[in-house]
Design a protein around this ligand. Sequence first.
Ligand code: SER
Length: 316
Amino acid sequence: MNKIFVIGATGQIGSELTMELRKRYGNDNVVAGYITGAEPKGILKESGPSALADITDRNALAAIVKKYAIDTIYNLAALLSVVAESKPSLAWHIGIDGLWNVLEVARECGCAVFTPSSIGSFGPETPAINTPQDTIQRPRTMYGVTKVTGELLSDYYFHKYGVDTRSVRFPGIISYVTPPGGGTTDYAVDIFYYAVKGDDFICPIKPGTKMDMMYMPDALHAAIQIMEAEPARLIHRNAFNIASMSFGPEEIYEAIKGLKPDFKMSYQIESLKQSIADTWPDCLDDSCARNEWDWCPRYDLQSMSKDMLEKLSLKL
Ligand code: SER
């Protein structure tokens, strides 16, 4: 990786990944791709180059890749699971037609490509506990359908054309910087905003509903480490299970309450979110990532909760 193009650079993951890549590879070597209405601001805008990059416009992507002599593309454009259920056709257009554009440009220009998959790529028939790397993937959401298709298409481009595609299956990602929008796991971010403001939190997910989650620093580390991994060691490519913590709402509540004893939470279940969460695994087995590229997360529920509360208190 020398010259990097981040598509979706102002989104939940992109806004932090772009800055992390600039720290590592140099400000001028990381281009922040954005769409109209989500222009970069502040340090993201000022620290390096940016370009209007609609993933559905293949010519625009190719022009940016050529202009900046890009060798690696981080494709972070996507609709999250809940919003994708209300706009399935747009979710497909961005997730799959968009990915096809990225892969074609990568094939023509010799770029490596990272396109995240998700715990949402699994479904109700998948073993829910210690979900294996290679297992049944029959998701019931459009988000999941695009993620499985994306994994297959990325593997296809690797085997057929030699495009260096690599990916991880992200859990719900928790961060104090850019809030997620329209995901099933968003509650695990929202809960911290309520706790820091001193408000009671109404949880949309039932107690006992376990899902994999990850603190943003570990997610960024995974996205960079997989692209830097020694290719000869990779048996898998699209996409690796990664994991660091798995909890239900009552467990994250207890972790926060341990640090903020007055914090209160009640439940008002949102049926769409609950029905999606019920089809996702409880906890993934990430041993292939550990063996093939030394994946090792740094945060668990306790250390993440402590850091989130500290950082969010400063921010708010
Ligand atoms: N955070 C995503 C969602 O909830 C899952 O990867 O949609």
